[in-house]
Design a protein around this ligand. Structure first.
Ligand code: ADP
Ligand code: MG
Ligand code: ZN
Length: 620
């Protein structure tokens, strides 16, 4: 091409280039152009008269050279370069000196000024900040309990389901506030404090918020932990402030959530004894005494650890009402499920009553979580409605953890299958045992190779009464896995896979002996209500209340119970080896057996001495 001399556009269209890349490219480009003359080149060119003029810059230590042929370039020089000056003079090349010191000085001045400004600004900011902190510390009186104006809370009583009694009692409390005359007329004292007690997730906070939404009176709420925050001495003043504000707004409700954070038993003194907390509690007690009867302020508090609360808080005249919020029963669970299903599209086939009966022991929060997980799963599967399979996927995930990929190793899989079939079979064989919900070989994250899930009996769960026969049955079922391994693979081949089972067995045995009097040591409770030791009250007393001999006998009883259960399990599985083999084959084939189908198989075998697995498979 002929136009190679014209200033051709860059042949490489490179619209976006990093600075570095650009630099490399341009220097590469220069290398093909005539190189900038070196210092010695410059001296030579000066002597041979090729240079038209020079311009020396005072600060930049380089000289700009203009050649006779119009080229221009810059050459680095020494500062105060005498040689160059003399050569230029000799060659009579005009030399101008550009005084850019002034600009530099100006720039320096500006930069320095900026720096000073910056420092001053920073300093001012620091001072302001520390002043704010000090303010916060000093004026702590003005803590901020959240005051909910009437009608600003969206939660209503209809959002709280399955805890009807608690709801009713709280509604009564609201009537106290709304029309106190009704009660005072007959000489009734309106309670000062109402304590909501119950396991986590049963809806205590929700209930309190519903009260705020419904009561039609001002509602102050604060978490107890907010009383005791950063500065010592603040808790007490916060309490004082909260009550002062509330009294000004009476009739009203003060709600303190998780009150155990400040209301713990005092005088423990372990770990330095939190004085701050004690002062806060003292202030709270004082305030509760301080407001006159029927002053129109009701203190509502919630906790799931009533056992750790200070006894002074619990005496009549303070929290004189205690409302228990329990885990919901089956009806309750159904109601809670339908409350949370209101906002979610359920497939018509879903029967919430059935799901209620599949979730014994679930709290309201668990149920809400179940529906939420099911909704997530539904979205992930690109379905528009939540169906039963999404719900069971969600239930599995909640109770067993995330699904892992299925096992390949068949020897290991067979062993797990026998273990789980051992558990499952015993649920059908032992009277009083929990019913099997499902047995599966689909592994779960966290090393669970498979599981046999039972469903606690609703009656037992609701009544809270546990019989000796029931616990014995649980022991046998729990040891069914180990027993199956022993029967099938021999006592030498048992695995550690049963460790979780053994832990549970030991716990049940120990409780049977030391707490329920289910052993021949007699009706003696050697240990108080389990739970974890509450630091500060029980710690010093955690010494056992029995002699060393008794301790030995307890241990012996625990072992006897466990051994007896294992023997029973083995005795039941041994004659049913054939049934176990068939069930294991079926389980490996199908990965999951549902409780009903499993029971049908076992029943057929027990009736005829044989199962027809093929026939059963068709029915599954
Ligand atoms: P806690 O008793 O621990 O204070 P929460 O009141 O915070 O429990 O409950 C947590 C969540 O669980 C609630 O926001 C609600 O979605 C759900 N939930 C718990 N109990 C119920 C219930 N009885 N009815 C409806 N939803 C409930
Ligand atoms: Mg709560
Ligand atoms: Zn097991």
């Amino acid at each position: 091409m002929s136009d190679s001399l014209s200033p051709a556009p860059d042949p490489v269209p490179a619209p976006v280039q990093s600075g570095l890349f650009k630099a490399i490219q341009s220097s590469a480009g220069k290398s093909s152009a005539p190189a900038a003359p070196s210092y010695s080149d410059l001296l030579r060119d000066l002597r041979s008269g090729k240079v038209k003029d020079l311009e020396l810059s005072l600060r930049q230590r380089e000289v700009r050279v203009r050649f006779e042929d119009g080229r221009q370039t810059q050459v680095p020089v020494f500062s105060n370069d005498q040689l160059l000056l003399r050569s230029a003079e000799k060659a009579k090349v005009p030399l101008t000196v550009r005084d850019d010191r002034q600009d530099g000085a100006m720039a320096g001045l500006v930069a320095n000024g900026l720096l000073v400004l910056l420092l001053l600004g920073g300093l001012a900011l620091l001072i302001r900040r520390s002043a704010q902190v000090a303010n916060r510390a000093m004026g702590f009186g003005s803590s901020k309990p959240r005051l909910q104006a009437e009608g600003s809370v969206a939660v209503r009583f209809e959002d709280v389901a399955g805890i009807a009694e608690a709801k009713e009692e709280l509604t009564e409390v609201v009537t106290f506030l709304r029309s106190p005359e009704q009660f005072t007329a007959v000489g009734a004292k309106i309670p000062k404090g109402v304590l909501l007690v119950g396991p986590p997730g049963t809806g205590k906070t929700l209930l309190a918020r519903a009260i705020a939404g419904e009561a039609g009176v001002p509602f102050f709420s604060m978490a107890a932990s907010e009383f005791v925050e950063m500065f010592v001495g603040v808790g007490a003043s916060r309490v004082r402030d909260l009550f002062r504000k509330a009294k000004a707004k009476a009739p009203c409700i003060i709600f303190i959530d998780e009150i155990d954070a400040v209301g713990r038993q005092r005088g423990a003194g372990i770990g330095g004894g939190n004085d701050e907390r004690e002062q806060t509690l003292n202030q709270l007690l004082t305030e509760m005494d301080g407001f006159e009867e029927n002053s129109g302020v009701i203190l509502l508090a919630a906790t799931n650890r009533p056992d750790v609360l200070d006894s002074a808080l619990m005496r009549p005249g303070r929290f004189d009402r205690r409302i228990t919020v329990d885990l919901p029963d089956r009806r309750g669970r159904e109601e809670i499920l339908s409350v949370h299903a209101r906002t979610r599209p359920l497939a018509e086939s879903v029967c919430l009553a059935e799901w209620a009966s599949r979730t014994p022991g679930f709290s309201g929060a668990d149920l809400a979580n179940l529906l939420n997980e099911a909704a997530i799963l539904t979205a992930r599967r690109h379905q528009s409605k939540i169906d039963d399979s999404c719900l069971s996927g969600a239930l599995e995930r909640i109770t067993m953890g995330l699904a892992a990929s299925p096992l390949q190793d068949s020897a290991k899989k067979r062993l797990i299958a026998y273990h789980e079939i051992g558990h499952s079979l015993l649920t059908s064989l032992v009277p009083h045992a929990d019913k099997l919900d499902k047995v599966t070989l689909l592994p779960r994250a966290g090393g669970v190779g498979g599981f046999a899930r039972t469903m606690p009996d609703e009656d037992i769960l609701d009544s809270g009464l546990i019989s000796k026969a029931y616990l014995l049955a649980r022991l046998v079922v729990a040891l069914g896995g180990r027993a199956a391994e022993m029967v099938v693979f021999g006592p030498g081949e048992v695995t550690q896979g049963a460790s979780g089972d053994l832990e549970m067995v030991s716990r049940i045995c120990r409780e049977m002996v030391t707490r329920y009097g289910f052993s021949n040591l007699g009706p003696v409770a050697f240990e108080a209500d389990g739970g974890e030791v509450f630091l500060g009250r029980d710690w010093l007393r955690s010494e056992p209340h029995y002699s060393r001999q008794t301790g030995n006998r307890i241990d012996q009883q625990v072992r006897d119970l466990a051994n007896g259960a294992l023997d029973r399990a083995v005795a039941m599985l041994l004659p049913r080896r054939e049934l176990m083999d068939q069930l294991v084959t079926l389980l490996i084939e199908q990965e999951t057996l549902e409780g009903d189908a499993f029971r049908a198989l076992v029943a057929t075998y027990e009736a005829t001495g044989k199962t027809n697995v093929q026939a059963a498979q068709v029915g599954l």
